[in-house]
Write a protein that binds this ligand. Structure first.
Ligand code: SDX
Length: 392
């Protein structure tokens, strides 16, 4: 109906798939979760509602949403021994490496979440990881900051509690800023799913071997870590900071990005699917102005980012290659204004993408898809006779 290409139903899982979760149109800059426009969801829904929509296919009513949140809260406890694993990492360890390890370790403490044979088993595994993943993310940050680990406050909302667990100081009352909560909630919605991107395809293919939900998600965290994927949001801020330190000469970096001999790329630009604007980038750019204005934050890298965007949109190299700002280009500027440290930006992406990964894994398992086995085009040697080592 929306011009979606359907695969031959007899296809074997070659890494491509049919999915009913997210629809993208790269030319028109369209993104829909279960048929709902991202613009509507970002403005009118909250993150937990969107998580429920992605995973179960419908927007929840009040009762369903309350039950989902209560079940998540009831399953957010993480085994005390996991703290020993967190403590085993150097404080300087990259949070994505820590988070991937902790997510995989959850399997050992929740063995019932591996052999999932019923929708009830699936639901229990889902509320467990929706509850525990934000705890692991918070503990990862608190390890870096040498702060004690805790479970937050059950009276808070799902996103409020993320901030509370990350930033509450011992013996101090933590004051939630509604501007910060709303901005983070919107960012998490915008990151929640994106059809068959690198990390989601990873979750699906690992899950297709029935390796268990937590192991599949741990693999997704590792895939997202890369600077060409979710790691780009950290790389964008480091790039903008570098340009600022170098006197803010954006034209010089535009030339570097076009120089084939120079490995420098304009991080936060370009996309495999969006060959026009990334609808998420448009929303985030608007939100960046609002949040920094509301918080009274002056961030010089925001004007550098806007200058780069303006120059790229007028530059033949970028226009010809249809390179536009993507979701990662402005998100780091907001995270920074919210007080989130740069090395945690990709963890924030993972917190947003969690329900999308879960939804895609659940769809793959409910459809009883066969084990994933991407195909190749062989371009190597033809048959050759073996040569003894003495004769080589
Ligand atoms: C995400 O798939 C998803 O949906 C991902 C994501 C999601 O929600 O899951 O949207 C999240 O990962 C967004 C992308 C974040 N990554 C970055 O911002 C890193 C910088 N971007 C590039 O590395 C690149 O644009 C990719 C990886 C995003 C896309 O790569 P493609 O589709 O493989 O494009 P390509 O590398 O083949 O580039 C095509 C041309 C090349 O030039 P030519 O060889 O044709 O002369 O465009 C050039 C590239 O050199 N190019 C860039 C560029 N991106 C592409 N040149 C300068 N700067 C860039 N950023």
């Amino acid at each position: 109906s929306a011009g979606i290409i359907t695969l031959d139903p007899g296809y074997k899982n070659t890494g491509s798939c049919e999915s009913a979760i997210t629809y993208l149109d790269g030319e028109k800059g369209i993104l829909r979760y279960r048929g709902y426009a991202i613009e509507d969801l970002a403005e009118k829904a909250d993150f937990l509602e969107v998580a429920y929509l992605l995973i179960f296919g419908e927007l929840p009513n009040k009762t369903q949403l309350e039950k989902f949140h209560n079940d998540i809260k009831a399953n957010s406890e993480v085994d005390e021994d996991v703290k020993k694993i967190v403590d085993s990492f150097p404080r300087t360890a990259h949070p994505m490496g820590v988070l991937s390890s902790l997510t995989s370790a959850l399997t050992a403490f929740n063995p019932s979440c591996v052999d999932i044979n019923s929708e009830e088993d699936m639901y229990q595994a889902i509320v467990k990881i929706m509850g525990k993943f934000p705890v692991l993310a918070a503990w990862t940050l608190r390890r870096r900051n040498a702060k004690p680990y805790d479970y937050g406050n059950a009276s808070l909302g799902y996103v409020e509690n993320m901030l509370y667990m990350m930033f509450k100081k011992p013996n101090e009352e933590y004051k939630l800023n509604p501007v910060v909560v709303e901005a983070l909630d919107k960012l998490l919605i915008l990151h929640a799913d994106h059809e068959q991107n690198c990390s989601t395809s990873t979750v699906r293919i690992v899950g297709s071997s029935h390796a268990g939900l937590f192991a599949s998600l741990s693999a997704g965290v590792s895939a997202l870590w890369g600077p060409l994927h979710g790691g780009a949001n950290q790389a964008v801020i480091e790039m903008l900071e570098g340009i600022k330190e170098d006197g803010g000469d954006t034209a010089k970096y535009m030339e570097k990005a076009k120089d084939k001999e120079d490995p420098f790329r304009l991080m936060g630009f370009g996309h495999r699917v969006y060959k026009n604007f990334d609808p998420r980038a448009k929303i985030i750019k608007k939100s960046a102005d609002e949040v920094l204005g509301d918080l009274g934050v002056e961030d010089p890298v925001l004007s550098i980012a806007k200058g780069l965007e303006k120059q790229a949109l007028e530059d033949d190299y970028f226009v010809k290659r249809k390179l536009y700002p993507n979701v990662d280009f402005y998100s780091g500027i907001i995270y920074r204004a919210l007080g989130i440290p740069t090395e945690m930006f990709t963890v924030m992406f993972a917190l947003g993408r969690l329900p999308g990964w879960i939804a895609q894994w659940r769809e793959m398992r409910l459809k009883k898809e066969p084990i994933g086995r991407p195909r190749q085009v062989y371009v190597g040697e033809n048959l050759r006779p073996f040569v003894e080592v003495e004769k080589r």
